[in-house]
Design a protein around this ligand. Structure first.
Ligand code: BEZ
Ligand code: FE
Length: 294
């Protein structure tokens, strides 16, 4: 803080354009939780810098307040518009990256998304997860290993994807069978997993609310490239929340929520299964232990 500003804050305490950050942050009480104090001081600093740099007008400020109000008003248990806002601004992926710095070779994390449901049925290896009769069948398989390539036994692999129309079962509870395109698979001693789902399709994130309006105003489309979601939990390893993406998808480089990482793009090969065509996608997951970070 420059000396004149510091003196102004200490002696007078009145808010000016020049001392705004210091004046607001000086209001915090002496017994504020240290982490909360640090995060809030940082937020105020960057929020004021943003308003200053953008030379925010009164009308723009009012528009922003209205936008945030609409964002809150549309939120329900099933519709989390604020998370969607964070996702589309790249904030979710940045927070994810900061909190999941893994060593080279470990499978990378990506955005969790709003469509996971805890409690999906545990299925036997090789079982089907798709029950609405739609889409092109795909056999997913591979291994779960540690960084040294040793199989991880007892890894709980939770998978979920959209159906061939681009909707998760929870978005169409009256149309899709319960737990459609979902399942939990537990690895044996060889670390192998396999299940039969459908080749995922790209789909738009919910875009009938303020976030959709924002994307339209910014000339952005709402699509996510086709992907299969995975959450893998195993004793003694970091939790892995990730997707595999369908190679060749046109939205790989313009994912509406910035979730794609090069290492997560998986091969999808067409195979002939006794006259019936299906797809096959092989992908190995490498888990890091808690102390294996970058
Ligand atoms: C998803 O992949 O399910 C998702 C992620 C972020 C926002 C919307 C959907
Ligand atoms: Fe998804």
């Amino acid at each position: 803080m420059n000396e004149d500003v510091a003196r102004t804050v200490a002696e007078i305490g009145y808010f000016t354009e020049d001392n705004s950050v210091e004046t607001v942050n000086a209001r915090m009480g002496p017994s504020v939780d240290p982490r909360l104090g640090k995060v809030m001081a940082c937020l105020v600093k960057h929020l004021h810098a943003f308003a200053r740099e953008a030379e925010l007008t009164q009308d723009e400020w009012e528009y922003a307040v209205g936008f945030l109000t609409r964002t809150g008003q549309i939120c329900t248990q099933e519709r989390q518009e604020f998370i969607l806002l964070s996702d589309t601004l790249g904030l979710s992926m940045l927070v994810d990256a900061i909190n999941n710095r893994r060593p080279k070779g470990a499978t990378e994390n990506t955005v969790f998304g709003p469509f996971h449901v805890e409690g999906a049925p545990v299925r036997a290896m090789g079982d089907a997860i798709s029950f609405d009769g739609k889409g092109e069948s795909c056999l997913f398989g591979g291994r779960v290993t540690d960084l040294k390539g040793r199989p991880v036994e007892g890894a709980r692999i939770d998978v979920w994807s959209d159906n061939a129309d681009g909707y998760y079962d929870v978005q169409q509870p009256d149309i899709q069978p319960k737990w459609n395109n979902r399942g939990v698979f537990i690895t044996g001693a060889d670390g192998h997993y396999s299940f039969v789902g459908i080749k995922p399709v790209s789909y738009p994130i919910p875009d009938d609310g303020p976030v959709g309006d924002m994307l339209a105003h910014l000339g952005r489309h709402p699509y996510r490239p086709a992907h299969m979601h995975y959450m893998i939990r195993a004793e003694g390893f970091q939790k892995l929340v990730t997707h595999t993406f369908v190679e060749g998808d046109p939205y790989l480089v313009s994912d509406a929520v910035f979730g794609v990482k090069r290492t997560l793009v998986a091969p999808f090969a067409r195979v002939d299964d006794g006259g019936e065509t299906m797809w096959r996608s092989d992908f190995d997951f490498v888990l890091a232990r808690p102390d294996e970070t970058r």
